[in-house]
Write a protein that binds this ligand. Sequence first.
Ligand code: ARG
Length: 580
Amino acid sequence: MKTLKQDLNNLIGDALASSANMSSCNANVITASKPGFGDYQANGVMAIAKQLNVKPQELAKLVQDHLETREQELVERFEIAGPGFINIFLRDSQLIKRANSMLANPDLLVPKAESPQIIVVDYSSPNLAKEMHVGHLRGTIIGDSLVRIFERLGHKVIRQNHVGDWGTQFGMLIACMRELTTEHDALPNELTDLEEFYKAAKQRFDSDPDFAASARSSVVKLQSKDAEYMAIWEQFIEESMHHCEAIYEKLKVTLNREDLDAESSYNDDLPEIVRLLASKELLTKSDGAMCVFLPEFVGKNNDPLPVIIQKSDGSYLYSTTDLAAIKLRSYELKADRSIYVVDVRQSLHFQQVFAVAKLSGLASSAISLEHISYGTMMGKDGKPFKTRSGETIKLIELLDESVQRAFTLVTDKNPQFSESERQQIAAKIGIAAVKYADLSKNRTSNYIFDWSSMLSFEGNTAPYLLYAYARIKSILRKHQEIADDRYLITLVSEPEERVLLVKNLQLTEIIHAIATDCYPNHLCNYLYELAGSFMRFYETCPMLKAETPLKESRLALSRLTAENLQQGLHLLGIETLEKM
Ligand code: ARG
């Protein structure tokens, strides 16, 4: 089944092409910008009229005539408006038919994509030398919503958690670990707080020359794969991964060990990358380092900006590993798309790496490399979100605080629930609030982290949507006898009812759009509007007092709305609650 928009684009695109004597035309159908304009509107006439140098309204009239001679069931009437828009009024019976097929098979709320692809999604990807902090939240959450959406559309998704587990910082940490690991294989206590451990190591590195020397020699030992050093490193990485996994578990993020794509796993491939770039004559020696200079990248004063591939001491860089990863994603994973959900501050890095990969053939001609960037989470003071004393906030502490705050809220609202019930509800609301606050903002802008707005039951928030869902479920429970799946939508009598019906058919359009441009905030807006449409429907369309057929139909429409909210929230990585 196609989306309404796709069907309308085909129908009107055809009519437009025939009227314009062209082989194909884009009807440019969008959802109507005002209620009086119908359900959808086609905006494509103006552009074609301009091309042909004819009056847009005359062309629109031709298209309308054309459409009226066609056999089709979907549209009741077309109206020409303004400078050549075609307003589209859909037939109720067709809307009802589509909605009922969704009720019978909820998978149809979002049908599969026509041509499934292989899509690599690189997300979360923390640096394992430190603990995950608030800066890792956005990428982890946005990436996880995207993988859910791609999978739902039937694409083959390969998650890649490109963790930073290699490099000079690890020399410093190993030097510290060596002093501590004494008895047996037990892990030193100091490692329970990785952040403190890192800070202590860094402080010693900066202040104690002997320690700094030992840290440097540890890097060399590690790079030469010395067994003792490798064992300590593995122990450290394992511990750090446990910290990440605790967070993934709390966030219900769908990343696990199989998705690891550690930087260290590319070590052996890096010399080959250098050879390949050299064979393509792309490498230039600059201050002893091997670099690629591309004319499109220049810095201040038009100085050429290098992509450094190998330093003079023989070590490799972040970019080198990313090039090796692109090679794997292109030729072994055979990806159609490789998506990087990474902070906008790495834009230049990705532009450069992508350019080198394409030029050198390390990227296949088939792969689309996409940096899906996001902005910074800010505090109320408009500066990057930190503790009062200016320290980075650990992600785990932020999540725990959210659940705590949600618990207070739930207790205020539902003192009659048992403590364990309140805890369960709070765990879901607390996590949902943090996730939703993030997902509902346009990812490319910075946003202000604000507890009171994200935990509010009003506005475009997780509590509001979860509450709307729980409310519909409670209505359905009240009318259990006629709210089961034998009952379908049979009529629409009120405008609010019709608005809700049309809205329910549009989840699929939103999901298809997000699969292209990767903006999950459009799904949040959609769900918020859906919930709002339901509330207005519920206020104006009595359910209890309605005659039986209407009552059945309205309950069926409510059931579809609940299903839709649940599926939509699930695609954002948010779990619903049956009651709250
Ligand atoms: N580990 C990096 C960081 O913390 C992010 C890695 C993103 N992925 C990539 N393939 N470069 O900044």
